[in-house]
Design a protein around this ligand. Structure first.
Ligand code: NAD
Length: 347
């Protein structure tokens, strides 16, 4: 049984890597064959506690790991050799430096949104272009914001046709564990110029979508908030949009009855529901904000930056390995293994 499982290595066991490792570990068709760390820090201890074989980028640091009680199996290259597919979750731009290694070993690899589209020549979102990823050697899973945008824009596009999207992203300043980043007391336009990189990034997945995005960073760690306005080719029906959201495996509806008006309350709700790490893998679309008038649709959605791309990584692995040709089945398998049903089914 174990031999037919997809052997996955996670290069870079940080915010995204540790979540992907845990998500891989619960899938019926995959196993974690190793994770890599650069330093013997708290995350390395968690990897040990979870039973993930630990590999290190720089073998000269092996004694530092072993002094800390962390046994090291080998180098990152050793780990990659043992894998069918490598999830590169090293920091943005570091991933690109690993490509020659994956090429040398002839391994499949997927990168995260911190890398440029060109690294893989293919940017992925399960709901939008799963089938085009089947059998590929290299794939880039788009960033958290782009993932959230692609999921919902694609769904509205299928139903009504999208003429244009305007989206404003209010972005978290840092992840909760990142103590060195800000801002502490500012709203930073990031960038000042329009559009932000998010619009062009959506077009790496959905090239035909016309979209303009603006972005700013604010002093919060919880989630991003998107204000989205979509002009459609056919008139929009609000009830139908709510049904589309309710029936989508990665779109969540925050019902008005919850009384939730903020990312803080949303994260608290996820924690109380017992979600692992209080992760929200789905878009969180505020029901009360959904406004439909003729050919215009507006709404707010919150995106949990640490979580939404994790499930996409799992589907990307299946597509690249060619072990599941149907995105509906892959998405269902990924969600089921995580015990995840979208948030509207929890209240
Ligand atoms: P992170 O800094 O939390 O984790 C990166 C990990 O890689 C760390 O454990 C670090 O020690 C390790 N590392 C650094 N250099 C390495 C090397 N040469 N070899 C092996 N490991 C190395 O970063 P992150 O937030 O998890 O981001 C990873 C990628 O995911 C980036 O491309 C980022 O843009 C993308 N991403 C991040 C978020 C987010 O909100 N954190 C959301 C979506 C996508």
């Amino acid at each position: 049984m174990l031999d037919c499982m997809i052997k996955v290595a996670i290069n870079g066991y940080g915010t995204i890597g540790k979540r992907v490792a845990d998500a891989v570990a619960v899938q019926k068709d995959m196993k974690v064959i190793g994770v890599s760390k650069t330093r013997p820090n708290a995350e390395a201890f968690v990897a040990k506690q979870r039973g993930y074989p630990l590999y290190i980028a720089d073998l000269s640091k092996k004694s530092a790991f072993e002094k800390a009680g962390l046994s090291v199996v080998g180098s990152v290259e050793d780990m990659c050799k043992a894998a069918d597919v490598i999830v590169d979750a090293t920091p943005g731009d570091v991933g690109a430096t690993n490509k020659p290694l994956y090429e040398k070993l002839g391994k499949k690899a997927l990168w995260q949104g911190g890398e440029e589209h060109e690294i893989a020549g293919f940017s992925f979102n399960s709901s939008c272009n799963y089938k085009s990823a089947i059998g590929r050697q290299f794939v880039r899973v788009v960033s958290c914001n782009t993932t959230g945008l692609c999921r919902v824009i694609h769904e509205i596009d299928k139903e009504y046709g999208v003429s244009h999207v305007h989206a404003v992203m209010v972005r978290r300043g840092s992840d909760p564990g990142e103590i060195k980043k800000g801002p502490i007391d500012a709203v930073v336009l990031d960038p000042v110029g329009v559009p932000s990189h998010h619009g062009p990034d959506v077009q790496t997945v959905l090239p035909h979508i016309s979209i303009t995005t603006m972005a700013m960073i604010v002093p919060t760690t919880m989630m991003h908030m998107h204000a989205i306005q979509i002009s459609t080719k056919k008139p929009v029906n609000r009830d139908r949009v709510i049904d589309l959201i309710k029936n989508h495996p990665r779109l969540g509806l925050i019902k008005k009855t919850l009384g939730i008006k903020s990312t803080a309350e949303l994260k608290e709700f996820a924690m109380d529901l017992g979600r692992q790490r209080s992760d929200l893998w789905e878009n969180c679309i505020f029901e009360e904000s959904i406004y439909a008038n003729k050919n215009e649709l507006c709404f707010f959605q919150a995106i949990h930056q640490e979580a939404d791309v994790v499930v996409e990584n799992i589907d990307a692995i299946r597509a690249m390995m060619g072990s599941e040709k149907d995105e509906v089945k892959s998405i269902a398998a990924t969600n089921a293994a995580l015990g995840f049903t979208t948030i509207q089914n929890n209240h």
